[in-house]
Unconditional design. Structure first.
Length: 412
């Protein structure tokens, strides 16, 4: 896959960076709330305009001053890494507020780094009546764009400018990824740690604080010569525990990623010696209602004692009828146990989930099942005349039967 130019959005908190990202992005959406510091992780999408494509990256509010807050410091360092690697920096300021000290600080550092900077005067609702551009000239940036990310004013001019300055002219992006893998689970079970281990880079911010990941973040990886999309999601808690607008949006972000996934890795805390009701509900919802391929990953095996594993196995016996259908693996993100086997298991599950079966094989399979256990309705036999596969991932079979209304879901 050809490396695309990197266009990074930066600026102090709450100037509209995420709103601009959402305006430019087609597939990926960044959380927006009316208070500072919502965006933490790096949010990425491929944006195409006039036949050329580039990587668009949204960062958390940038500061060049070190902070004692663990999460904010991780956000700051990650944003700095993105700026240093950027081909174009979109420096967003609030045109209605004017220049503040932090804007001056960011501008000074961008000049030092020698980056190509587009100064974005956001929240300019009416360019014809805007008279504040002169104030922003003191920041010393050559390329200045007035726009309203919220209303879409000036966006096409910005995109024209970006495409004009791309050094890598990419007429098309690579073909769509083969399949999408999503990490799902409660807060603090190790989803972000696994994401970083598989990508071999610090893509997701990891701390001991539950709820560190706030948005579903995705990255392409290549495995066995196939392009996959892996997505880390915010932790999902019980509904009665979701007590803020931000966390409600985080949960929605996770479920949106789940609904667009092909394979879900449901991560569990293996050291807990039991599966919580919420985790079982997630498993049932993923497998039975959303019809996704599902893998259970029991993390933190470095903390599991022999008795604890026995207690876990005993507590799950009642769910054996369901869990026996689901592949599972014991891992430890801390020690690296079985991490190298996770993607091999994912590939194996994908091959089964996406296979195409011969019609005669499907028909004989169902015919044999009905011979062993005939289905009746009020003394009348239910007959399958023909069976054929009409879809894959998930495998979907069309049955031609004698009395369709008597066939309910779950017979086969």
């Amino acid at each position: 896959m050809n490396k695309l130019n990197s266009v990074v959005i930066v600026g102090r908190m709450n100037v509209g960076k995420s709103t601009l990202f959402n305006r430019l992005s087609v597939d990926v959406k960044s959380l927006i709330l009316d208070y500072a510091g919502v965006t933490r992780d790096i949010i990425k999408d491929v944006v195409c305009w006039q036949g050329h494509c580039f990587d668009l990256i949204d960062t958390g509010g940038i500061s060049f001053k070190k902070t004692d807050d663990v999460i904010q410091e991780a956000v700051r360092l990650r944003a700095l890494e993105m700026i240093k690697a950027a081909d174009i920096v979109l420096f967003v300021v609030d045109s209605k507020v004017g220049i503040v000290a932090q804007d001056l600080e960011i501008s000074k550092q961008l000049h030092k780094l020698g980056k190509k900077v587009f100064l974005i005067l956001n929240k300019v609702d009416n360019p014809l009546s805007f008279a504040g551009e002169l104030e922003f000239k003191k920041l010393g940036h050559k390329y200045v764009y007035q726009l309203s990310a919220q209303h879409g004013t000036g966006i096409s001019d910005l995109l024209d400018g970006i495409v004009e300055h791309l050094t890598v002219k990419t007429p098309t992006v690579e073909e769509d990824v083969r399949y999408k893998v999503v990490f799902l689970g409660k807060p603090n079970v190790g989803k972000s740690s696994l994401m970083n281990l598989l990508l071999k880079e610090e893509r997701s911010i990891v701390t001991d604080q539950p709820g560190t990941t706030r948005e579903a973040i995705s990255e392409r990886i290549k495995f066995y010569q196939e392009d996959l999309m892996v997505t880390d999601t915010p932790g999902i808690r019980r509904k009665r525990s979701v007590d803020s607008k931000l966390e409600t949006m985080m949960v929605k972000s996770s479920f949106h990623a789940l609904q667009h996934a092909d394979i879900v890795l449901l991560m569990l805390d293996g050291s807990a010696n039991a599966i919580a009701d919420q985790e079982l509900k997630l498993a049932f919802y993923t497998f039975n209602q959303q019809h996704k391929a599902l893998i259970l990953l029991y993390n933190k095996q470095d903390l599991v004692e022999e008795q604890g594993q026995a207690d876990m196995d005993f507590s799950l016996e009642v769910y054996h009828y369901f869990l026996k259908k689901i592949p599972k693996m014991m891992i430890s993100c801390k020690t690296g146990k079985n991490i190298g086997k996770v993607m091999a298991l994912v590939k194996k599950v994908w091959e089964r989930y996406s296979q195409t079966l011969p019609d005669d094989q499907i028909h004989m399979l169902i015919k044999e099942a009905l011979r062993k256990k005939p289905l009746m309705h009020k003394s009348m036999p239910l007959v399958v005349h023909r069976a054929r596969q009409i879809k894959t991932a998930p495998i979907t079979i069309l049955l031609e039967v004698n009395v369709p209304q008597w066939f309910g879901e779950g017979h086969f």
